[in-house]
Design a protein around this ligand. Structure first.
Ligand code: FAD
Ligand code: SF4
Ligand code: SF4
Length: 495
């Protein structure tokens, strides 16, 4: 693995070798290797909680931008849920116009330094990229997210971001429930339209999963905090430790508090469990609880934070998504001697981002594929001491298109572990629907909305994971923006 200094030196040498003052031919662009992301070395990073990926240097960004073929049909844009004009922003980077590049991105996306880090790019913008297609490897496509992160970080470091213009006050009051990416995007657009906006957040810090779920080593909390600070500076009021449905019923926001409209972005924070014997033993955690202790309550910072965490030597993590990778890598940083990940399909069916799987392996997480526990074992004090595990093979594709795992009868074996983290997915947060019978939900508990993101209650909009089920940051952000546009039109008397 090359050091950040070596990667930068290579990029500078490549730049110096490019013909000056004339556009490159497609063949010259195709010959440029994808610039690797400078990262902390695995043996160093598992002992700290700092960000693993360090971001492109200027030279690397300029070189990577030269790889873009500026395809007239823009297949990359079709893969981006918010349709960022990708060739335009990359062209600006190639010409050294970073300020223009961030302007192009921000005209569509509100959280580029977040999405540049956590978007599942290889399934979105990179998937259609011509360079990746020609090379027959999506991993070799133009590194769009890394370039997005580069310009967003540069803007933050320089402090050149300006507060968005706010339209004259409309006299309308808008409530936002939850403060994840859907709500942050909605609140920003509603405030820009001149409404008085109040966010109500159940937890002690705003940011939703960006703050309590995705770990610091993948998404530094200072970046999320900066977005929250920007909203506050725009005049958005944020009330934390405030649960709508408990501290205040949804309807009373309209009837007693005089709000004119509301947006529900309450997310998918209800952890799913396996439903197997032993899940109530001491030492079994949902990934949500495990990660919230570490992220929101900084359990990893044993010198300064009082948050108790479970000291475990041998941790088992169940699942194959981003949440499972985050939990496994967090366990290593909390001092586990071994972390074993159990997933009942193979690696190609894993929903986690390729980069997270790679990083987890580099850090020493042991992958047990086609294996899943059928029972968690406890000692005489009901403390986890092991798991009984069954082996699987792949059968026919199921409704999701993935080949379904078929248990191999009689293949049970036991493993010794003293902590089990269940990371097999989350369901919609049920609190609001259950305390607001007027809100229509589907059988999975997701709030039903129409094409304008309006719920069964007039002037109550919803978006993000509470509507989609557990999805992605960029989809949540896009939904928040679309809902705000519809609500702004309604409050302006245009819909
Ligand atoms: P959330 O971010 O879930 O925020 C909802 C907020 O609403 C929470 O803060 C909650 O406390 C609050 N709330 C709930 N009910 C109430 C109430 N009644 N009153 C007041 N407040 C309430 N996506 C990616 O794109 N890339 C990734 O790498 C990625 N990694 C992930 C890792 C983890 C560990 C997790 C859990 C998710 C990950 N995701 C990832 C998914 C992504 O984070 C979510 O899709 C996204 O955050 C959803 O945004 P949201 O605004 O709908 O809700
Ligand atoms: Fe790609 Fe996500 Fe950026 Fe869109 S927002 S261009 S999908 S990284
Ligand atoms: Fe550039 Fe790839 Fe988009 Fe073509 S598809 S414009 S090469 S990023």
């Amino acid at each position: 693995m090359e050091t950040p200094e070596q990667l930068d030196a290579h990029a500078k040498a490549l730049l110096a070798g490019l013909p000056a003052g004339e556009p490159l031919k497609a063949s010259q662009r195709m010959a440029i290797p994808q610039q690797a992301m400078p990262s902390q070395a695995p043996d160093v990073r598992i002992h700290n909680n700092h960000e693993v990926a360090l971001g492109y240097t200027e030279a690397q960004a300029r070189v990577e931008a030269q790889r873009c073929l500026q395809c007239p049909t823009k297949p990359c844009v079709a893969g981006c849920p918010v349709a960022i004009d990708i060739p335009a922003f990359i062209h600006a980077i190639a010409e050294g116009r970073d300020g223009d590049a961030i302007g192009i991105i921000k005209s569509t996306s509100l959280l580029p330094s977040v999405c540049g880090r956590v978007c599942p790019q290889e399934r979105q913008c990179m998937l259609g990229c011509t360079v990746g297609k020609i090379k027959k490897d999506v991993g070799q496509a133009v590194a769009i997210g890394r370039l997005e992160r580069y310009v967003a970080d540069k803007e933050r470091e320089r402090g050149t971001a300006e507060l968005p213009a706010i339209a004259p006050a409309t006299g309308k009051k808008v409530a936002v429930i939850g403060s994840g990416p859907a709500s942050l995007a909605f609140a920003s657009d509603a405030r820009r339209a001149g409404h008085a906006v109040t966010i109500f957040e159940a937890l002690q810090k705003p940011g939703g999963v960006l703050m309590y779920g995705i770990p610091e080593f993948r998404l530094p909390k200072a970046i999320v905090q900066k977005e929250v600070d920007t909203l506050r500076a725009m005049g958005v009021e944020i009330r934390t430790d405030f649960i709508i449905g408990r501290s205040r019923p949804l309807k009373s926001l309209f009837e007693k508090d005089g709000f004119d409209a509301a947006f529900i972005g309450s997310g998918a924070g209800l952890p799913r469990f396996m439903g197997i014997p032993g899940e109530n033993l001491v030492g079994v955690f949902s990934a949500n609880e495990y990660l919230t202790r570490a992220n929101l309550m900084r359990a990893y910072d044993t010198e300064h934070a009082d948050t108790p965490y479970y000291h475990a030597r041998r941790v088992a993590v169940l699942g194959g998504g981003n949440v499972a990778m985050d939990a496994a890598r967090t366990a290593l940083r909390l001092g586990a001697e071994s972390v074993q990940l159990f997933y009942r399909r193979t690696e190609s069916e894993m929903p986690a981002r390729a980069e997270e799987i790679e990083h987890a392996k580099e850090e020493g997480v042991a992958f047990h594929l086609l294996q899943n526990p059928v029972r968690i074992l406890g000692d005489e004090s009901d403390i986890v001491c092991g798991m009984e595990v069954l082996r699987y093979e792949l059968g026919e594709p199921d409704a999701s298109g993935r080949r379904s795992p078929v248990p191999i009868q009689g293949s049970e074996f036991t493993v010794d572990v003293d902590c089990v983290v269940v990371a097999i997915g989350n369901s919609s947060n049920p609190l609001l629907p259950s305390t607001t019978p007027e809100l229509a939900v589907n059988k999975r508990g997701n709030i039903i909305v129409d094409e304008n993101h309006e719920t069964s209650m007039r002037n109550v909009y919803a978006g993000g994971d509470i509507v989609l089920g557990a999805a992605t940051v960029i989809l949540a952000m896009g939904e928040g923006r679309a809902a705000a546009a519809a609500m702004n039109a309604r409050l302006a008397g245009k819909a």
